[in-house]
Every structure is written in structure tokens, then in C-alpha cells.
Write a protein of this length. Structure first.
Length: 268
């Protein structure tokens, strides 16, 4: 077994690197065109700084960026963790009790129609400038994709497996654990990848509404000081943070569902 895992790991890593090459090439081409336009178009750096200037100023102000990244990351992880727990609890309740699903699902749909730009100041007004409003806003934007993914995954359970367990007199909770929950994992991790991309944006938007530190406040202060280079530096940091969290969710998904990966035959 260990030989199979050791053979699979380099193969999966190489596949991931090869798969990322087109995206890396596209990003590099975009940055090169941006650099050329900023250098030769005559546009002022105070309007559109070149990527090289953004990188240089980001490095000069790296300590301030780091100090403001940690509060954003803490709010993102705390809010996402709460959202994950609540989404799982409600998905189980709605799967076991159809009347609960019919009663609550429309309310959750309505919650996604609320404009964040209007809700964020109210949440800050109600709960203050601490961590709580940021957690609530991150949970608000990440809860629904995970809930829908879990419910869809439960419905995708193979009927033959369910009928087999019922014929063996398995209890409802055992059917859920042995059949419905495993079948929901691919859907769940798909929803998780979608939700994690919203989490950092939700945390930054919450900081815009009111916070002492964070990337949202840093971007707001840089904008007010007419420093687009620092605004873009913070945007690049938030993008890198989002990509890192996305990669972690992909890795956790691969480790949690080893049966979905085809294994190559290894030589004896």
C-alpha cells in the first residue's frame, strides 16, 4: 500500500503542475502586457502603476501587509469553519426531516438575495467592530454553496445501496453514514471549493464596513491616500491567499476520497 501511495504522489504532483501551466502562462502574459502598457503608454503611475512598481512597493511595505493579512486570515478561517459546521448540521436535519427542508430552504435562498453592501454596515452596527461581524458575514456568503452541495450529494446516493441496507434492517442513521454521506463527499468538496473563494472576499468586505486592521482597511486607507500601487499589492495578497486556501481544499478532497483516483499498476 505504501508503495502505491508513494508512486501516486509524484504522479499527482506532476499532473497538477502540468495542468497549472496554461493558467500560469496566461497570467504571465497578462502581467507582461500590463507592464508594457504602463511603461510605454505615458499613463501616470498614480493612475495605473506597472506590476513591477506594485511588486516593489509591496516589498517595501511588506510588514504592514503581513500585519493586516493575519486579521483577514483569522476572520476567513473562523467564519468558514462556523459556516461549514452549520451547513453540515442543517443539511443533516433537512435530509432526515423533509418538512424542515421545505420550511427552511426558501429562507436560505432568500438570504442569498440580500446585498452584502447593505447588510455589512448593519452587522457591524449590531455586533461592533470585533471579530464577530466578520465571522457572520463570511458565514453568510459561504454557507449556501456548501448546504446545496451536501443536499445534492445525499440525493445522488445509489438507490441499490440504500435498498440493500434497508433489506439488512439498517437503521436510518447507519444508512446515512454508510451510503448517503460518502456519496455526498464529491459534491461537498465541489461546494467547498466554490465557498472558499468567497470567504476571503467576504472577510475583506466586512473589514471595509468597519475594522481596526485587515486587508480591507489597508486597501481603504491606500485608496484614500491615492496609492493604487499599495491597493493592488493588497489585492495580489488577497488573491494569493484565496489561491492557497483553494489549493488546500483540493488537497484535502484528494486525501479524503482516495477511491476516486485511478491507480496506475506498479512494477513488482
Amino acid at each position: 500500500m505504501s508503495r502505491r501511495l508513494s508512486a501516486f504522489a509524484p504522479s499527482a504532483l506532476a499532473t497538477a503542475i502540468i495542468g497549472a501551466l496554461p493558467a500560469v502562462a496566461a497570467a504571465a502574459g497578462f502581467l507582461a502586457l500590463w507592464e508594457i502598457y504602463a511603461d510605454f503608454s505615458g499613463i501616470r503611475p498614480s493612475i495605473l502603476p506597472a506590476p513591477s512598481r506594485v511588486l516593489a512597493q509591496g516589498w517595501v511595505n511588506r510588514q504592514a501587509l503581513i500585519d493586516n493579512t493575519w486579521p483577514t486570515l483569522n476572520a476567513t478561517l473562523a467564519g468558514f469553519g462556523c459556516s461549514l459546521a452549520v451547513a453540515f448540521i442543517f443539511s443533516v436535519l433537512m435530509d432526515f426531516a423533509r418538512p424542515v427542508r421545505r420550511a427552511l430552504f426558501p429562507l436560505f435562498v432568500i438570504s442569498q438575495t440580500l446585498p452584502l453592501v447593505a447588510i455589512a454596515p448593519l452587522v457591524v452596527l449590531w455586533f461592533g467592530f470585533g471579530l464577530v461581524p466578520k465571522i457572520l458575514l463570511v458565514a453568510l456568503v459561504t454557507f449556501f454553496p456548501m448546504l446545496v452541495a451536501l443536499l445534492q450529494g445525499y440525493e445522488a446516493t445509489d438507490k441499490d445501496i440504500g435498498e440493500l441496507l434497508i433489506s439488512m434492517k439498517a437503521a436510518r442513521w447507519r444508512i446515512f453514514l454508510l451510503a448517503r454521506l460518502p456519496s455526498a463527499l464529491p459534491y461537498f468538496f465541489a461546494g467547498l471549493r466554490i465557498a472558499i473563494t468567497y470567504a476571503v472576499v467576504g472577510a475583506i468586505f466586512a473589514e471595509y464596513a468597519g475594522a481596526a486592521k485587515g486587508l480591507g482597511i489597508y486597501i481603504l486607507n491606500a485608496k484614500n491616500n491615492f496609492r493604487p500601487d499599495l491597493v493592488l499589492a493588497a489585492v495580489f495578497v488577497s488573491a494569493g491567499l484565496t489561491l492557497a486556501l483553494f489549493a488546500i481544499t483540493v488537497l484535502v478532497g484528494h486525501l479524503s476520497m482516495p477511491w476516486r483516483h485511478s491507480e496506475r499498476p506498479t512494477s513488482p
